[in-house]
Design a protein around this ligand. Sequence first.
Ligand code: GLT
Ligand code: MN
Ligand code: MN
Length: 388
Amino acid sequence: MSNESIHPEHKFTFGLWTVGSVGRDPFGQPVREPKSPAELVYLLAEVGAYGVNFHDNDLIPIDATPAEAAAIKREFRKALEATGLKVPMATTNLFSDPIFKDGAFTSNDPKVRAYALQKTMRAIDLGVEFGAQVYVFWGGREGVESDATKDPVTAIRRTREAINFLCEYVLDKKYDLKFALEAKPNEPRGDIYNATTGHMLAFIETLDHPEMAGVNPEVAHEHMAGLNFLHGVAQAWEAGKLFHIDLNDQYPGRYDQDFRFGSRDLKAAFFLVKFLEEVGYPGPRHFDAHAYRTEDYEGVKDFALGCMRTYLILKEKAARWNADPEIQALLAEINADDGSLTPYFGKYTPQKAAALKDHAFDRQAIAQRGLLYERLDQLTVEVLLGVR
Ligand code: GLT
Ligand code: MN
Ligand code: MN
């Protein structure tokens, strides 16, 4: 597959903070010179991306004067117009500034909570100004190091109140905007509330406007917790809540790695791509990842191309998997159903229950059947290894 096969219609997007990462980490200084938002738009256009996302302060530094902000916006808009790149998603930085050291919406200080609302309303205006239709909430510092410091029920209630307030703001302003809530179990806090996509899905149903909120699951955030990412995504999709997705990779149990998509667990990435393509997920494929700290900007382009190429290669592999006669024969055998038990399934009736209670099952015979899963998984691995 050549780089020419990456097109805007694949809806690949990157955050300004991803390709714009200068490689700072807790142990080391930046290794790359910062680039302006407009320069990053040109870089993304060069590699074939569809769009670019931003935090308010990726675009406009927190202390910028109105004149500086206007100049940055002008340059950014010029770059978007010149390249055709879209801004499908925007978000608020509620974690970098020292004011957020104990969280934003869940802070124990009402001044911080009010400032977080103000900052988010302004950031929503900024996102909408550039066409964003999805607004991500990642509560990076909404957590604790010690449960002595904050009551978890209070924290959930504060989060709910904030999201309800902001939903009303969007309705009031008549913005065409949905919220996508992103979970993460820890880092930068010792523990973060609403730690997984599953927690978020349950939380959303308690909002005043649950229809306005969905999730933005991130591969790395579920892998950090040792969870199966596909299962969280599937649950969100089935509930009509997959509003956005953050693709990257991560070894479980490690620091927040944000590696190139597919660079760690190819099989998990394969089943994820297969799922997104087969259900027809219509949203952007957003890569929320960073190039290794070893790279210059050529390496950053390699990183971005790698994310997109791996996605498209896995999409091809999914088509190959589906077209493989041996795999299809196994699936048919695994899912064989002669229909004789169909009357027992579906909606409950007392007659059905009584008949099922009387049915004689040959437990040993049923249990003796081998399920052919070893063969099926090995065929999957062989498709991925390129020998089928
Ligand atoms: C930050 C975090 C990501 C979130 C971004 C949106 S910011 O980089 O690690 O997972 O999606 O706030
Ligand atoms: Mn993310
Ligand atoms: Mn992350």
